[in-house]
Design a protein around this ligand. Structure first.
Ligand code: SAH
Ligand code: SF4
Ligand code: F3S
Length: 447
């Protein structure tokens, strides 16, 4: 049993970008308590596993990670670190974790992690506790001000989901849709820019469902929020993810033409190209309806890079229905996309539907889908060759003098030259692969 207060911590985040954001906020909370971040999990007194429940594999990973942490500590003859489980598995299976993994001392859900320092202190004194309440907004008010951040930062503006797609756990792990207030978001964005951010990605499970009132009390949607954030000096790029087709309103589509800081990228998952499957998924749009939205976006922003998510092997999916998904890929022309095999999640309606698809059929469909998507990524990247664009420098490359950054279309671009992290530079795009482009540095951008 740990009896001393941890001095070092390590937060490991799985799952979506909102979990990455939460992980950063937890790290800031622990730092404000006087603890120091350890780069390696092995050297930390406190390990926070910030977990994801979306697919079975993601959930199982938590238990194998806990086992490994305990085993590693035993092998080295030291005492195991204090283990805290946060995130969506904590929310969904808090009690099960407490019984199945006695070495876990703290379980804290995504809406309650402002209590993490107090819970860690209790655990250090020999206690064990779980907290999975969902008090609206209490968390954000209790978090410290943002200080030092990278050139590209995340800002959660909306949490939760009311859509209840029949396969998905998010409405249960993250609760009902909730928009953070406009003024709080402007404040946090200003703090992020002061802390070094040049690009902010607005996050939400359904980020385009965000709504609020602007400084003058007028009702605004995400387009209005992006417009207000665009006024912040030093902020050059605004992105948002993940959007739901049903919340893609005219103002947001228009913003892609009107707001110069809004990047030409849209992640708009469709999941399937079959109307029968979409209905069974409770997606509330048809394949045709989705394509019409894309047409409207492309009318105002022809160069938009489109991204999506797909699920193959939803219960009952026939070969003909899967073929409709492949047709959707051809019609929509994705620049990039994520595809997943259906995973039956406990408590969701789809888990108990008839006609589950055999794993080998899912594998085979996934391979065909990936091949089609890869072809489209390469085609999209090839259309960029010959363009000159601004790249935000995000990482050092593998070779000396090599850098990696992002184009406006969220492509990874590598190039060599005398630049620094966080610079915005002009680059000529000269060669394309399916996952990245190579470029030639022209100049540092004025922005
Ligand atoms: N709110 C977002 C995405 C949330 S989860 C949206 O609606 O688009 C991210 C992706 O995980 C989903 O888009 C879906 O493609 C995938 N996903 C969610 N539940 C899944 C499940 N049970 N099995 C397989 N993939 C799933
Ligand atoms: Fe899940 Fe659907 Fe909500 Fe996305 S919209 S989080 S897939 S329930
Ligand atoms: Fe996973 Fe929770 Fe995000 S289930 S995808 S971490 S909202």
């Amino acid at each position: 049993m740990t009896t001393s207060t941890p001095r070092t911590f390590h937060v490991k985040s799985f799952g979506c970008q909102m979990n990455v954001y939460d992980g950063e906020r937890m790290a800031e909370l622990l730092t404000a308590e006087g603890m120091t971040a350890a780069d390696e999990r092995e050297t930390a007194d406190l390990v926070v596993l910030n977990t994801c429940h979306i697919r079975e594999k993601a959930t199982e990973k938590v238990y194998s990670d806990i086992g490994r942490i305990v085993k590693d500590a035993r092998r080295e003859g030291g005492s195991a670190p204090l283990i805290a489980v946060a995130g969506c598995v904590a929310q969904a299976e808090g009690e099960e974790i407490m019984t199945r993994a006695p070495s876990v001392r703290v379980v804290v859900g995504p809406q309650a992690y402002h209590r993490l320092p107090a819970m860690v202190a209790e655990a250090a004194a020999g206690g064990r506790s779980a907290e999975t309440d969902m008090p609206a907004e209490a968390k954000f008010a209790a978090l410290p001000k943002r200080r030092k951040v990278g050139a590209s930062a995340f800002l959660t503006v909306q949490e939760g989901c009311d859509k209840f797609c029949t396969y998905c756990v998010v409405p249960y792990t993250r609760g009902a849709e909730l928009s953070r207030p406009f003024a709080d978001l402007v404040d946090e964005a200003e703090a992020l820019v002061e802390g070094g951010a040049r690009e902010i990605t607005l996050l939400g499970q359904n980020v385009n469902a965000w709504s609020g009132e602007d400084a003058r009390g007028r009702p605004v949607g995400l387009a209005g929020l992006a417009e207000a954030l665009g006024q912040i000096e030093g902020l050059t790029r605004i992105r948002y993810t993940t959007s739901h087709p049903m919340d893609m309103d005219d103002a947001l589509i228009e913003a892609h033409a009107l707001n110069p800081k809004l990047m030409p990228f849209l992640h708009l998952p469709v999941q399937s190209g079959s109307d029968r499957v979409l209905k069974a998924m409770n997606r509330s749009h048809t394949a045709e309806g989705y394509l019409r939205i894309l047409e409207r976006v492309r009318a105002v922003r022809p160069d938009i890079a489109l991204s999506g998510d797909f699920i193959v092997g939803f219960p009952g999916e026939t070969e003909a229905e899967f073929a409709e998904t492949l047709q959707m890929v051809e019609a929509a022309r994705y620049a990039q996309a994520f595809s997943f095999k259906f995973s039956a999640r406990p408590g969701t309606p789809a888990a108990t539907m008839d006609d589950h698809i055999a794993p080998e059929v899912m594998d085979e469909r996934l391979q065909r889908l990936l091949a089609a998507l890869q072809r489209h990524s390469l085609a999209f990247n090839k259309t960029s060759v010959g363009k000159r664009c601004t790249v935000l420098v995000e990482r050092m490359g593998r070779h000396a003098g090599q850098w990696l950054g992002k184009s406006p279309w969220l492509q990874s671009v590598h190039f060599t030259g005398d630049v620094a992290l966080g610079d915005l530079v002009e680059v000529d795009l000269i060669e394309a692969g399916p996952n990245s482009l190579s470029g030639r540095l022209v100049a540092r951008a004025a922005a």
